[in-house]
Write a new protein. Structure first.
Ligand code: 4AD
Ligand code: MG
Length: 432
């Protein structure tokens, strides 16, 4: 039996006889010559069988191949300029490792509900494989970006006491004799604590929001990366976000061109993502929207449509900064130049993808923060440790959270966030 080679490495074996294992995508046969396309995760390859060159048993076995049959093919690797990987396999032997009968997802069109029910199988499609590879690239890009800049990774808890972004959207569970525990909405408050120990830190993990939102931008479980930087102002924070987002887009363009092609992504729209990003104060944004006929009043948060309108006329993400305090979380620092507002920013992606980042400078004054906690009716004792950070060596610091799935959806050009994660959790989806 020839040695097994991953499909992505076949190019290095031109002229040799090797084995490939994987799953059948498609077959076709003219009666004299037959073709089988196989996927092994690393790539795709076409196997070619000539009836005259293989034993009759192998030819008959080919006829039994159905979509998603697991196979081992053996044969000579041949250069073939027309093939996607530049090679094809001249098959001499074929073994069925696992049959597949009536695979439910056929090349015909299926409705989204059906595909979501079969998500565990849908993942094998070329399109879903491409999305998962882009997601992988973005995750690796995130880790490399922060590692290269001297940030330390700090893993924050998923089970927390009642502490987070805001009340009202916490998933809760019983926690032994200690009452209720809540699934983390954010790791931010914990990375703020770690920031005073390590200077530049980030956390990257799943976060949970029990929001009853049924939009194409909301998941109940999503991954968020949250850097926190000591002695960084809101302005420094936006510059870091710019560098971060442009580095991720450039990395995907550079390393995942094949996947973006599979997704029919207009890469010209990604190639224009360069720093600096335009900045618009919240007050300017409201004026702009009103000039376009919107009924938005100063003080109201921007809705998804407002975000789309602000970002759609531009070729790169836009920062909207310094929102009214009433529209934002309690921990954001009051703007000394206009105390009705806080030092924060949302980064809005173009093409209607909306907010991919929320960030802010943090309130570092003990009394002001305590007042904000009281004002919002938050359980003060739960925030005692968080207030301690302002009691023992308080410091200017800023950070942000980038939603991974929204970023994947934008970079891949997806219609809906549900395709940006392998097993999405949404209001009406807990299985598979
Ligand atoms: O704006 P958010 O709520 O900010 C925070 O959680 C801060 N604690 C971050 C920080 O400063 N460390 O969420 C940040 C990002 C959003 O911009 C969005 O990309 C994503 O998280 N996000 C969601 N993604 C999918 N589904 C949801 N329900 C999301 N809610 C927020
Ligand atoms: Mg936000």
């Amino acid at each position: 039996m020839p040695t097994r080679v991953e499909i992505s490495a076949l190019r290095e074996h031109i002229g040799s006889t090797v084995a490939v294992t994987g799953w059948v995508l498609t077959t076709r046969s003219s009666g004299k010559i037959a073709f089988v396309v196989v996927r092994d995760g690393s790539g795709y390859v076409q196997g070619v069988l000539a009836r005259a060159d293989v034993p009759p048993a192998v030819w008959e076995r080919f006829a039994t191949l159905t979509q998603e049959t697991t196979v081992r093919l053996a044969g000579e690797v041949r250069a073939d300029a027309r093939s996607p990987g530049g090679v094809e396999l001249a098959v001499r032997d074929l073994e069925v490792l696992g049959p597949s009968r009536d695979f439910p997802i056929t090349p015909k069109e299926h409705g989204t509900a059906f595909l979501m029910e079969h998500r565990h199988l849908w993942l094998r499609s070329r399109r879903q494989v491409a999305i998962m590879k882009v997601r992988h690239e973005i995750i690796q890009g995130i880790r490399d970006f922060f590692h290269q800049r001297g940030f330390f990774l700090v893993d924050t808890p998923i089970l927390t006491g009642s502490i987070g972004e805001s009340g009202g959207s916490l998933f809760e569970t019983e926690y032994f004799d200690l009452g209720k525990a809540y699934l983390a909405q954010t790791g931010q408050l914990y990375v703020e604590a770690a920031c005073a120990a390590l200077g530049k830190v980030y956390c990257f993990g799943p976060t949970f929001r029990a929001e009853k939102s049924k939009t194409r931008r909301h998941l109940t479980e999503f991954w968020m990366v949250e850097p926190e930087v000591a002695f960084a102002t809101s302005d420094d924070n936006m510059r870091l976000q710019e560098d971060f987002v442009t580095s991720l887009v450039a990395r995907v363009l550079d390393r995942r061109a094949e996947e973006l092609k599979e997704l029919e992504r207009d890469t010209a729209k990604l190639a224009s993502i360069v720093a600096p990003f335009p900045r618009l104060s919240y007050t300017e944004a409201v004026a702009l929207l009103r000039a376009q006929g919107s009924a938005i009043e100063w003080g109201q948060d921007l809705g998804a449509e407002d975000e789309t309108r602000i970002a759609e006329a531009r070729d790169r993400p836009v920062f909207v900064y310094n929102y009214p305090r009433g529209a934002k979380a309690f921990y954001m620092k009051e703007n000394p130049d206009d105390p009705r507002t806080v030092l924060c920013d949302d980064c809005l992606a173009p093409e209607g993808y909306g907010e991919i980042i929320g960030g802010s400078q943090r309130e570092d004054d003990y009394d002001r923060l305590a007042a904000r906690i009281r004002e919002q009716g938050l359980p003060e004792d739960a925030y005692g440790w968080y207030l301690d950070l302002r009691k023992y060596g308080t410091f200017v610091h800023s950070g942000f959270g980038l939603g991974l799935e929204r970023t994947v959806a934008w970079i891949c050009g997806l219609q809906h966030i549900r395709e940006a994660i392998a097993f999405p959790r949404m209001l009406y989806r807990l299985n598979p």
